[in-house]
Ligand binder design. Structure first.
Ligand code: AOS
Ligand code: ZN
Ligand code: ZN
Ligand code: ZN
Length: 428
């Protein structure tokens, strides 16, 4: 479905008085307000193609209906999100779930919604019976780490193929997430698995265009439960460092052992110039892939606090120099509603972190004033920045309240009408 711009204008007109009442204390008396709004306008978060349908769990899946059945419909869904919030201006594709058969047409379609193509993702964690014309070796015992060079070759070739698809769409990065590892002690020689994986990654790296990056995503566990060959930021950093300047570490917030200090990991990687980007989500126990900011909003804020500190120190462009992506999965919510919530939560954390009084924080730290330092962060975190985020949306042509408008326009019912109640999105 296409969103009639009049709907957004009407919605905004109806909410304008109330919005102004909340915004004016900011614009009247907070010096940074304008700068924060502008940064929010510029800040875009990519939507993963695989999060547009109901993911389910290994115990079951309860599809909500109206899910995108093709790449075109996935682009249309992200286009809809972007029309509502003007902050989801990119889509991240997963190959072979999203093979563009006519890249020119796909590019044009995306451009018609104002969307760019973010990092493309390879898939060597599933066997792909549908993939045409290859020998179909199994990834059961790994891909880039496999003991059989023929399996490694297949996985390398697949990644090179993914780069090719990405190039055809104007993408500038490849994300490699490997499920490689082992389930039991004794199964794998860690040292050799590392060496084989590195050598495979080197072959992929050699195929990267000059203006591309490769993101090496790490994960502590699952689907392998004894060891993961790219299991933590240390190993990811080693791979990225050995590969070269186009290789970076990707942080998925759900991929750590419990209670890991993710903000410190982020600070260190960024300081080394090796942080590539994020998969935003939230979790209570593991790789739960829940809505960003839904469980640990303070952690999300602290991560953004380190990001801003580190990016400013390195004079990086907040909007452009890192890959900002969501990686989520939905079991009980409408995926599109969930993604609107995630984008907003990320924007709120970013805005709050922009408000941190960094000079005062430095002073407090230099004076070992622990209480004051803590208060400075908590002050920013406890500030209601929703009017700033809404104003940024308004200025960018989005809706004051995207979720309310989504419901008011009965978007899901219309998608079910168009696509049917029993659709299955390709992907997970
Ligand atoms: C897997 O746990 C990783 O988070 C991947 O980034 C991602 O979820 C996957 O590529 C999509 O299936
Ligand atoms: Zn991820
Ligand atoms: Zn994950
Ligand atoms: Zn995850």
């Amino acid at each position: 479905m296409n969103l009639n711009p009049d709907f957004i204008a009407d919605h905004n007109a109806a909410g304008q008085t109330q919005h102004q009442r909340k915004l004016s204390p900011w614009t009247d008396s907070v010096e940074q307000a304008e700068a924060v709004i502008q940064k929010l306008v510029d800040f875009q978060i990519a939507i993963p193609s695989w999060a547009l349908g109901t993911g389910g769990t290994r115990f079951g899946r309860f599809p909500g209906g109206g899910e995108p059945r093709s790449l075109e419909e996935k682009i249309a869904d992200v286009g809809l999100l972007h029309a509502l919030n003007r902050a989801s201006g990119a889509i991240s594709l997963h190959i072979p779930w999203d093979i563009p058969t006519d890249p020119q047409a796909t590019k044009q379609l995306a451009a018609s919604y104002g969307l760019a193509f973010d990092a493309v993702n390879s898939n060597t964690f599933q066997d792909q019976p549908g993939e045409p014309g290859d020998s179909q070796l199994s990834y059961k015992f790994g891909s880039l780490q496999h003991v059989d060079p023929a399996v490694r070759r297949q996985a390398i070739d697949h990644n090179i193929e993914v780069i090719r698809h990405g190039v055809s769409l104007g993408s500038k990065a490849l994300t490699v997430w490997l499920s490689d590892g082992s389930c039991f002690p004794g199964q794998l020689n860690f040292r050799k698995a590392f060496e084989r994986t590195l050598s495979s990654l080197q072959d992929i790296y050699a195929a990267l265009p000059d203006d591309w990056k490769v993101f090496v995503e790490y994960k502590a566990f699952e689907p392998n439960f004894y060891s993961m060959t790219v299991g933590d930021w240390g190993s990811s950093y080693l791979y990225a460092n050995k590969l070269g300047p186009k290789a970076y570490t990707l942080v998925d917030l759900g991929h750590h052992l419990p209670n890991a200090n993710i903000e410190q990991i982020v600070a260190i990687l960024l300081n080394e110039g090796k942080l590539g980007g994020f998969h935003f989500n939230d979790s209570k126990y593991g790789d739960d892939d829940l809505t960003a900011g839904s469980i640990k909003p303070y952690q999300l804020f602290l991560i953004f606090n380190e990001l801003i500190d580190g990016m400013d120190a390195r004079q990086m462009n907040h909007a452009q120099d890192l890959g900002w992506m969501i990686d989520a999965s939905h079991n009980v919510k409408d995926p599109l509603e969930d993604l609107l919530q995630s984008v907003e939560a990320i924007q709120l954390a970013y805005a709050q972190a922009l408000l941190v009084d960094r000079a005062a924080l430095d002073e407090a730290r230099d004076a070992n004033d622990v209480v004051r330092a803590q208060e400075i962060l908590q002050d920013a975190f406890r500030t209601d920045v929703r009017p700033l985020v809404a104003e940024a949306r308004l200025r960018a042509g989005g809706a004051l309240n995207p979720l309310a408008l989504f419901r008011q326009l009965t978007v899901r019912q219309q998608l079910i009408g168009e696509r049917g109640a029993k659709t299955v999105a390709t992907g997970l």
